[in-house]
Design a binder for this molecule. Structure first.
Ligand code: GLN
Length: 254
């Protein structure tokens, strides 16, 4: 009852660009609030745990996504149920694509997603052999505010009519390099292309996820502190300065 139960999906397969740093950040902040974060790693063929207050899934390359996509479908109903109840999610890049409706890989294989987000992703959409790579700054329309990070993906993601973007591009490419949207948000589930990892530099998103994870736990809600860490705030500022100086670009892959 006193702990936050976090389910980490396929940690040994979807783990690009230090995505695990997101969990270390959650651990750091929850410790400051005297809460304990219980991380349950779930891999291929394993059962989804009974207790789940927060879900994290990281990024991976196409072959990694192929490895997990079918297995993830086993959890489609339970994850949809939890998200509709308000359980927060952080789904990054390859994980975000699989939490959408489908992903067409660079080898033209369609991977069915679990449909948390109303979006489809397509590798190399009109951009053969190019990737969206670089530092990125986005503005969310809610209390999460401005977010910085790093993106590296071949796929373009297109949101459905009723889908809400996580943020809007100030710098970088985001979902598809065209419509200025980045990621998706549904209830308290956030899908995003931002690696980096995202949480160590974006305190407000960390606080949002923790607050939503404990919404049904009055004893933990009492402990919640709007904790501000100077190092994280400094990392945000210097990341933003860097992103503004450095050019983002589409790199040609040989
Ligand atoms: N394979 C996907 C793409 O390139 C996801 C990559 C990632 O997770 N960084 O679009």
């Amino acid at each position: 009852m006193n702990e936050i139960n976090l389910v980490h999906l396929y940690p040994e397969i979807l783990n690009l660009y230090a995505d695990r740093g997101n969990l270390l950040t959650l651990q750091y902040y929850t410790k400051k609030m005297d809460m304990s974060l219980n991380i349950k790693n779930i891999t291929l063929s394993e059962q989804f745990p009974e207790k789940c207050d927060l879900i994290f899934i990281g990024g991976g390359q196409d072959r990694d996504q192929e490895q997990v996509s079918h297995d993830l479908l086993r959890h489609k109903d339970v994850i949809n149920h939890l998200v509709n109840k308000g359980v927060p999610v952080l789904a990054v890049c390859g994980g975000y694509q699989l939490f959408g409706k489908s992903y067409r890989t660079s080898k033209n294989k369609i991977l069915e997603g679990i449909g948390i987000f109303d979006c489809v992703s397509v590798a190399n959409y009109k951009t053969k052999h190019k990737r969206f790579i670089g530092d990125i700054i986005i503005n969310t329309p809610n209390e999460i505010g401005q977010i910085i990070g790093f993106e590296n993906h071949a796929a373009s993601t297109f949101l459905g009519k009723n889908s809400e973007p996580f943020g809007f591009i100030e710098k970088g490419f985001g979902n598809n390099g065209v419509d200025k949207t980045e990621g998706a948000i549904y209830k308290n589930a956030v899908g995003t292309y931002l690696h980096g990892p995202i949480l160590p530099r974006n305190e407000k998103l960390t606080l949002f996820l923790i607050q939503k994870a404990i919404e049904q736990k009055p004893n933990l809600l009492q402990k919640f502190i709007n904790y501000h860490d100077q190092n994280v705030q400094r990392a945000f500022k210097s990341g933003k300065k860097f992103a503004n100086k450095k050019y983002s670009f589409m790199k040609r892959v040989k």
